[in-house]
Design a protein around this ligand. Sequence first.
Ligand SMILES: Nc1ncnc2c1ncn2[C@@H]1O[C@H](COP(=O)(O)OP(=O)(O)OP(=O)(O)O)[C@@H](O)[C@H]1O
Ligand SMILES: [Mg+2]
Length: 581
Amino acid sequence: MARSLLRWRLSSPVPPKLRDSMICSDCLKLDINICSHVFAGLRCLSTFQRSGKPDLTDLTHPHTWYPVARRKKRNIFLHVGPTNSGKTYNALKSLETSSSGVYCGPLRLLAWEVAQRLNRANVPCNLITGQEREEIDGAKHSSVTVEMADVTSEYQCAVIDEIQMVGCRTRGFSFTRALLGIASDELHLCGDPAAVPLIQRILEVTGDVIKVQHYERLSPLIPLKYPLGSFSDIRKGDCIVTFSRREIYKLKKKVEITGKHLCSVVYGSLPPETRTKQAKMFNDESSEFDVLVASDAIGMGLNLNISRIIFSTMKKFDGVCTRDLTIPEIKQIAGRAGRYGSNFPTGEVTCIDAEDLPLLHSSLESSSPLIERAGLFPTFDLLSLYSRLHSKAGLYNILEQFLKKAKLSPDYFIADYEEILKVAAVVDELPLGLYDKYLFCISPVDMNDEIAAQGLTQFAENYAKKGIVQLREIFTPGRLQVPKSQNSLKELESVHKVLDLYVWLSFRMEDSFPDCELASSQKAICSLLIEEFLERLGWQRQLKGNFQQNSFSLQQKAQSSMLRKYFPQVLVDSQIELTKD
Ligand SMILES: Nc1ncnc2c1ncn2[C@@H]1O[C@H](COP(=O)(O)OP(=O)(O)OP(=O)(O)O)[C@@H](O)[C@H]1O
Ligand SMILES: [Mg+2]
């Protein structure tokens, strides 16, 4: 179905645009792709050409890439402790009282939460993520996802949340970049104590002053000695955790069929707006959706009204194999129960299967293993220089050669780049400049999602041929429908990813991807249709079950839903196929 929604088409060629030129501060020579801001510690191409070939693959001094930060002696506060101990709360208090600042978080949901909080406290705060830019008049503060951190501006105060993610194989390098590069007088780092020695080692060379503040959990978290038992024992405030969308819907059905509860769902491939709404619905006292079924998408920093976390499994497929959850993963997820200041000040945690209890208990009692190394990835400027001096090969070969040769200090590792190579293989087939190829490579595309991968390929092909990509050429607005089955729900999630990618590209190549507003509005419709599906999925179950007394209010709710209010033209089919599992 979704493929017919996306009308792929090719058009005539126009050369791609060049990136803005920059002047090297060393030699004042105008040269594209070389920026003295990003490139401190190395010299510009003309200097290199005078002095022979430099070893560009020497990445042993990444702190020198950030001259604005290096001009400061930063006061660094490391807020470390268990989950729910007030680390972020205290860092945000400093941010609120600062004259200018930035919050860098690992999730769009967290960035939203912080922007809302600051604006509510009358501190005007922009929200900037890869796909959203909500700018507030006169704001001196921004809340951003860590990839969007600006390492050329100066701030009085900055916060990097969940700093232990420097060790993440895929995204760690963005945390390292923020850690080394944010030019702020005060820098607050919040996270797991397991990251402290590494951060201290990394910052030895920067001249910053580091103070470590340890925190204790604010409210108790009790690991239960017994498993769940039966699904009829599920109660208000429970959150069942599992790791596949198929299992999520299976569990939702199992809970709702008892006729006592309705379930909100939160998982990674749901649009972020839908995740926020589902989480809000669960948090809302007056909503009937009083149980949550979620993946580890809830695992970081979020404040939800959860009384008990119930692990349905302690294993997870991580893209390569199915493995046991790690200690930090178990602690992060369990830490969502019994948040301080929530309706459930004491948290509980258990499993569905009694056999999983020993791993749960031992993990909660253990310290997380120390994080040994931080992620690193070469900047575009380095890769560009390398390509000019060493080869005229495509991006795939440049990346492969560069990263194989890269020299690192023992505190760093090169981020996983398999996904980047997959995109590089696609864009290398097209007549695009290196920077354009690089942009497509770092875009948030999921190449394992067939529809999303097709979307990226089509965008890149159209861009290479015409230099402009009109959304209507490949997507027909007004054809979206409320999904009727799990499969069409999955397709709609993929269509959302394609639209999301368009918005991401339009923020970076505004003239070439001009339909940002259309893509954003279609994204919003996708989210609403998915939400409609999720609400009706619960409502249908209630009609089938023994919970008729509430059906009237649920029906009213469905009829007055956002969808009908704002998009009456959208096709709505009242029959949702129930899952067969
Ligand atoms: N001193 C305080 N007064 C009032 N509320 C607080 C205080 N400290 C923390 N809280 C609240 O307690 C909850 C947990 O705090 P916070 O989110 O800062 O924990 P955290 O240590 O960052 O947890 P995590 O590791 O899960 O991110 C939040 O809702 C926060 O607003
Ligand atoms: Mg936190």
